[in-house]
Design a protein around this ligand. Structure first.
Ligand SMILES: *[C@@H]1O[C@H](CO)[C@@H](O)[C@H](O)[C@H]1NC(C)=O
Ligand SMILES: *[C@@H]1O[C@H](CO)[C@@H](O)[C@H](O)[C@H]1NC(C)=O
Length: 384
């Protein structure tokens, strides 16, 4: 821990010399490279497998734009806060501009290789973490080659961008939920966490070897509060609910994952000389949405906004947001609620834009970074 604490100011000074151009003040970041799942997918999965319907995207974009949300994600608020356009997905073939970063995240992506993880009828994205890393390496080598030829300067990052970028990672949720859908008992799921976290650590180490120096690793959100898991589990386990209506046992499993992840990030900070590996406690921020939802303008915390308009949680795994199905001889459609901004959950699994804004605002206050990092003092972050 101390090595990083001492190294960090030196690194910031170096970065300011390289990046500082007046306009950005002393903010050291020239770009964001993001690795993740649907929590931070800005269109990767939909670029590979085109299909997404309304009402996704309705609040901010007016149409589906590849995000599993009514509007912006936390990574969108981060990009906006740093003065960048929204991150384009690496896989987006048309109109992409990677000068200020790229997004490798894919909805349904796991850390571990999906084929080893799901039973025959299960599904995970093929773009698991190692593939996302390979895509980054390819993007970087292509960018360096194009730079040396002087081509596409207005859409390709400069060579110096890579060492001055913020590398963000938010993964593991699909590894955990794949195990649960495979029927592995809750008390045995944690056995897999060291393997998942080691794979995350290996990718951070590999990125460091390419010259990456600044990492933010987000921990896992309180899945036990999400309407999708509540709808499946709560009716059979009424004694498993805490005072905020969340599943105690599932949230405990998430805490186990987060502890393993935190230990790994702390270890990496001592091992990767001259780097900053920040553990971001998003879980504590997100849990506030349930614990203090009303005080923050959220009237509905355990009911999904976009759903079949049925049941306490408004979630049915056979009729998820934007889909229709015939249930008991009747067509049931999952559509949006009237006022998404008063809901925490968009579709039972993902957050609404207004919940994401809350999370981003709290996150970049700096109080949830370990070790602490004064991002707002350095970068002109503002959220609206
Ligand atoms: C790509 O984005 C950069 C940074 O926002 C901008 O300066 C540049 O003009 C953009 N390129 C194109 C072709 O729009
Ligand atoms: C995390 O590290 C602490 C302190 O080194 C240790 O006591 C704890 O057992 C570790 N937990 C996990 C889950 O690895």
């Amino acid at each position: 821990m101390s090595a990083t604490a001492f190294m960090f100011p030196v690194w910031v000074l170096a970065a300011v010399v390289i990046v500082g151009d007046g306009a950005k003040g002393e903010c050291p970041f020239a770009a964001i490279f993001n690795f993740g799942d649907s929590n931070s997918d800005t269109g990767g999965l939909v670029s590979a497998f085109p299909s997404q319907s309304r009402p996704n995207g309705e609040t901010t974009f007016g149409e589906p734009v590849g995000r599993f949300c009514d509007g912006r994600l936390v990574v969108d608020f981060l990009a906006q806060g740093l003065g960048f356009p929204y991150l384009n997905p690496y896989l987006q073939a048309m109109g992409s501009n990677f000068t200020t970063g790229a997004n490798f995240a894919s909805a349904g992506a796991s850390v571990l290789r999906p084929i080893n993880q799901v039973r025959p009828n299960g599904w995970l994205s093929p773009f698991y973490l190692q593939i996302q890393y390979d895509q980054f390496v390819h993007l970087k080598s292509t960018a360096l080659e194009l730079y040396s030829k002087g081509w596409f300067r207005d859409t390709v990052p400069l060579p110096s961008t890579f060492e001055n970028a913020l590398y963000t990672i938010d993964m593991g949720q699909n590894d955990l939920t794949a195990q649960l859908s495979n029927g592995i008992p809750m008390d045995q799921v944690s056995a897999q966490f060291p393997q998942v976290v080691d794979a995350i650590g290996s990718v951070i180490q590999a990125l460091y070897t390419t010259g990456a120096r600044f990492f933010m690793v987000s921990n896992m959100g309180p899945l036990g509060c999400y309407p999708a898991f509540l709808a499946t589990s709560a009716p059979h386990n009424p004694n498993d609910l805490d005072s905020n209506g969340c599943l105690i046992s599932l949230n405990q499993v998430v805490s186990n994952f987060n502890e393993v992840l935190k230990n790994k990030t702390f270890l990496l900070q001592t091992q990767l000389y001259g780097s900053s590996v920040i553990y971001v406690d998003s879980n504590s921020i997100k849990y506030q949405l349930w614990a203090n939802g009303a005080a923050n303008g959220f009237k509905s915390t355990t009911t999904a906004c976009c759903g079949p308009s049925q049941g306490q949680y408004n979630y049915d795994s056979t009729v998820t947001c934007s889909n229709s199905a015939i249930v008991n001889g009747q067509i049931v459609s999952s559509t949006s609620c009237i006022n998404p901004s008063s809901y925490v959950s968009w579709d039972g699994i993902h957050f609404t834009e207004s919940a994401n804004r809350f999370v981003a605002t709290q996150m970049f206050s700096g109080s949830y970074f370990q070790p602490s990092f004064p991002i707002t003092q350095m970068c002109p972050l503002s959220f609206f």
